[in-house]
Ligand binder design. Sequence first.
Ligand code: ATR
Length: 278
Amino acid sequence: MSNTRAACVIGWPAKQSRSPKLHGYWIKRHGIDGDYRIEERSPEEFPAFVTNLAGNGYVGANITMPHKDAALALSEPDARARSVGAANTLWLDNGRLRSTNTDVEGFIGALDAAAPGWHERTESAVVLGAGGASRAVVYGFIERGVKTVHVVNRTFEKAVALRERFGPSVQPAHWSDLPRLLDGAKLLANATSLGMTGQGDLAIDLGAVADDCVVADAIYVPLKTPLLAAAEKRGLKTSNGLDMLLHQAVRGFELWFNVRPQVTRELYNLLATDITRT
Ligand code: ATR
């Protein structure tokens, strides 16, 4: 019997996933007898597949659209996955199917790399969007001690729902509140799909933000969104969606292959080339 440990990404569709390239790089780098594959499974197929992960040959998995809610319900989530309301990483722990949400550390890890110590000088943040990505960002900010997180969303009720989920640190806001909120802002994160190739534009004036404001964007196609281009022009520190993707992958790899890998410039460039080419 083979000793190869294998993990996979499960999604519908999943062909476009960059995770095999990323985990494949670390598997090779660390000389691990391992594999990482794509498993496209429909919502109907997902429960049977994931609850028999070992039988399907896997020690763990990444979960992507549209299965993150189902993965949470079908596994034993940690506090982080439960609070965010979605699981993106599964692993087998003595036969138990456990889950976490590594989008939180993806976002926070990317910020730590771009602007070390950011949280020590940041009392409040502005987050655009109130969907799944936003929940991970807001959770991460609160966990790091950011006292007030202004959540700006087109559908105001969804921003209110984040306050109900995470408590009074969350201040729901309307898009029209942005000029006031950005005046002197030290931390701005885009967790909407605006700025993504093929989606609408995110037109934001960064003129009034603090000179040491940090700007993060969860989007990675394109790598440099118009928001990040404007932030760079203004001389601000930035992190992009690829930084997040790489940092969110670290914990899963560690759980499955028992090695904590590094996010390196070489790895970034490998994935960036792939994204730019397609
Ligand atoms: P994800 O899981 O990536 O966060 P999502 O849950 O669909 O995806 O959330 C998408 C976010 O982008 C939402 O905050 C959405 O705003 P609504 O809640 O009002 O839908 C935001 N978004 C998408 N298109 C938008 C647009 N054209 N203008 C403003 N916000 C938009």
